[in-house]
Ligand binder design. Sequence first.
Ligand code: BGC
Length: 403
Amino acid sequence: MFQNRRTVFLFLCSIAFVQALYYIITLQIKRNQTIINSGLAISYEHSSDITKTSVQNTVALLNPSIQTELSSFANASFIISHNFIKPDPTIYNSYPICNVSFSNHNLSSTNHNLSSYRVTVSKTIYPFDIIEQHQGEDLYPGGHWFPKTCRTEQRLAIIICYRNRELHLKLYLDNIHSFLKQQQLDYTIFVVNQHGQQPFNRAALFNVGFLEAMKLYSFDCFIFHDVDLLPEDLRNVYKCGEKPRHMSVAVDKFNYRLLYSSLFGGVTAFSLSDFTGANGYPTVYWGWGGEDDDMYLRVTRKLKKTITRYPIEIARYKMIRTFNHTSGKANPDRHTILYSKYDYSQDGINTTNYDLHHVVFYKLFTFINVTLPQESFEHIRLRLNIKLKPPKKKVNVVRKKKV
Ligand code: BGC
């Protein structure tokens, strides 16, 4: 009897052991497949199945904060580990350089061929899996694409600062991929999310995107992009030149007019050397305003360059204005910092401080999730040696009595 029980017990144990072994081996194989696979047949996970699949449970165990962030992009497919694919140099180097025909020089023919340059902006919001069907077929993980029949001269990282604007992001992705593919660019889209309750810091998120992107691929051109701006004209080529470029010159919200001559907000393009030469964006603007004006001053004062722009007929954008988005609170200290003439080498990419939670390679974009530890104005002021102006003395106006 005892002998029998022992045999049954041993039998059950061995079944459980075999099952556990099988589970671990298949899990490992699946994980390796997502990592090794470098072609387009990549086995993605699906964020809506977050509690179902073993791989995602493993991810969730490794990093608890990932679950909430991943589930916020319902139906979006992703992998958790990926090496960016470079075109094979042996074949690629023999290709001709990609030459888009709708370059700036065609401006004179604007009136004749306008319709062929103007982009039809899609304003319907689809779930991520449908956007993936529209745009994702030939994308590499992380929202990476390059032309297959010609050679690009630049590798472009599009860096988007982000917090809780999923509907904007969906519209952005559904429009921007086809726009960039038509321009025959080697590009990758990075969405840098500011996790936590600290005031939004647009400029520091751009620096994070730059630093993290450089760990993944040898980018040499960076376009810093608001998520609510959609380019309208294909001649607005997303490439970097000799000077930093202000891309979003004419926005529909502002009746396609430039608000002021030094405006440098919305969308900007920097070569690698210009961006590092300016020490990147400032990190000291918490809340709305000032950071883009500061970047303009960095270009003129630190880089000693001027900015350039495409003509107003070309650098046109639609701003997505719906979905009840309101800008953050204006930063009351922005003018004090901006006009202080602080030393730009004391703040920028070299002082960008962030806690990196995770990087996830969605099919349509690379998601970088960070917390930015907030620095108080007092601390900023002391660190950058910013002098406060003495308060203006009140002038007592003595009014003459009316006779
Ligand atoms: C702010 C900028 C902003 C611009 C246009 C300026 O006062 O400092 O950050 O882009 O206004 O709205």
